[in-house]
Design a protein around this ligand. Structure first.
Ligand code: E4P
Length: 214
């Protein structure tokens, strides 16, 4: 399973890179806005650090506007994946961009039928938002399970990026279902590595070592 980091923060990316845990990056307008830096500068910095797919999102919502923005974004670096919102116009844009060889990530996926349509349009990636569904008392992981099954039934090449990840169980269950990728906030990534029994066990080992040396 590939791990993407869901952030526009360069310090977080460097730290996660040093752990060997970054196969790609996803950003969105909210994550970019948090950084209070120029959009293009952030994307260029990320491209210089990470050798993997880097999602940058369009702002326009009409097909022509999205296509134009996508071409500009794709021109920044060969690893750029253009994030397109799941709209009818978004599907039109994905179809055209796919024909031009520009990689896309259809974002804000909340139903399996949306994911099916995005794959038929030729999307490189789709991003089902599990945490935001959980917030509405709908099981976000059921959506992931459905998309995995549909893509497997018809052998779509579109890869599934589990997005809006809020906790380690989202990552564990997605991995068990066979989702291709989880895009993980830095805070959750650190939690994946942690277990209180590891800390307790290590403390006991080190205490015993110290006692034996006295
Ligand atoms: C996905 O690409 C999005 O950036 C992200 O996962 C959204 O997560 P949120 O629901 O925590 O904002």
């Amino acid at each position: 399973m590939k791990f993407f980091l869901d952030t526009a923060n360069v310090a977080e990316i460097r730290e996660a890179m040093s752990m060997g845990m970054v196969d790609g990056i996803t950003t969105n307008p909210t994550l970019i806005a948090k950084e209070e830096r120029e959009f293009r500068e952030i994307i260029e910095d990320i491209c210089a650090i990470v050798d993997g797919p880097i999602s940058a999102e369009v702002i326009r919502t009409d097909a022509d506007g999205m296509i134009q923005e996508a071409r500009e974004l794709a021109g920044i670096h060969e690893n750029i994946v253009v994030k397109i919102p799941m709209l009818v116009d978004g599907l039109k844009a994905v179809r055209q961009l796919t024909a031009e060889g520009i990689k896309t990530n259809v974002t804000l996926i909340f139903s399996a039928l949306q994911a099916l349509m995005a794959a038929k349009a030729g999307a490189t990636f789709v991003s089902p938002f599990v945490g935001r569904l959980d917030d509405l008392s709908q099981d976000g992981l059921v959506l992931v399970e459905q998309i995995v099954e549909i893509y497997s039934n018809y052998a779509f090449d579109t890869e599934i990026i589990v997005a809006s990840v809020r906790n380690p169980l989202h990552v564990l269950d997605s991995a068990l279902m066979g989702a291709d990728i989880a895009t993980i906030p830095f805070g959750v990534l650190k939690k994946l590595a942690a277990h209180p029994m590891t800390d307790k066990g290590l403390k006991a080992f080190l205490d015993d070592w110290d006692k034996a040396k006295k």
